[in-house]
Design a protein around this ligand. Sequence first.
Ligand SMILES: Cc1cn([C@H]2C[C@H](O)[C@@H](COP(=O)(O)OP(=O)(O)O[C@H]3O[C@@H](C)C(=O)[C@@H](O)[C@H]3O)O2)c(=O)[nH]c1=O
Length: 185
Amino acid sequence: MPFEFKRLEIPDVILIKPKVFRDERGFFMETYKKLDFERAGIKGEFVQDNHSKSNYGVLRGLHFQREPYAQAKIVRAVRGVIYDVAVDLRRDSPTFGRWVGAILSEHNKYQLYIPRGFAHGFLVLSDVAEVVYKVDNVYAPDYEGGIIWNDPEIGIDWPIDEPTVSEKDRKWPTLREAIEKGWTF
Ligand SMILES: Cc1cn([C@H]2C[C@H](O)[C@@H](COP(=O)(O)OP(=O)(O)O[C@H]3O[C@@H](C)C(=O)[C@@H](O)[C@H]3O)O2)c(=O)[nH]c1=O
């Protein structure tokens, strides 16, 4: 099997470690294989690929799309190093409101699978990072949602205290405020 799949503390979030073939030319690896991923529990049909570049200290998140445009994501860093985080927003989940994080880098080549029903964000720990991710539903700006990155009740242990956050991302509510507004995830 060209991949190792490791379920994290929130077991529906899966860390994917590829088999990397190195030789004098460089390396080769498979990054996605529908059948192997499905056997590991990653069942979506991935219909869109995204690529972003960010500088050191940039934090993007915490984002999700509301139903019927919820998205599962498979995230990797093709350049640089990021701390990638998933927050469980599934109201009926025993881990509702909890988070998990993993370092994804051009060096470890790990990917993180984040199911639908989660908020996602990442923080750049290298000078520059380029992040590539597959999503299993199309972009739907009218269905965008977010939770503030430093929600004290979620308590994500971000490795940088004062990240650079977009104006839009500074305005998201806390999870508690989002629930009070009647948001569904
Ligand atoms: C996400 C997205 C954005 N865009 C456009 C909208 C906007 O003009 C520009 C930048 O969008 P944003 O500021 O939302 O980009 P960004 O902050 O990078 O948003 C992303 O953050 C990470 C953490 C995720 O999990 C993604 O799902 C997505 O929400 O790109 C698309 O055309 N398609 C897309 O799928």
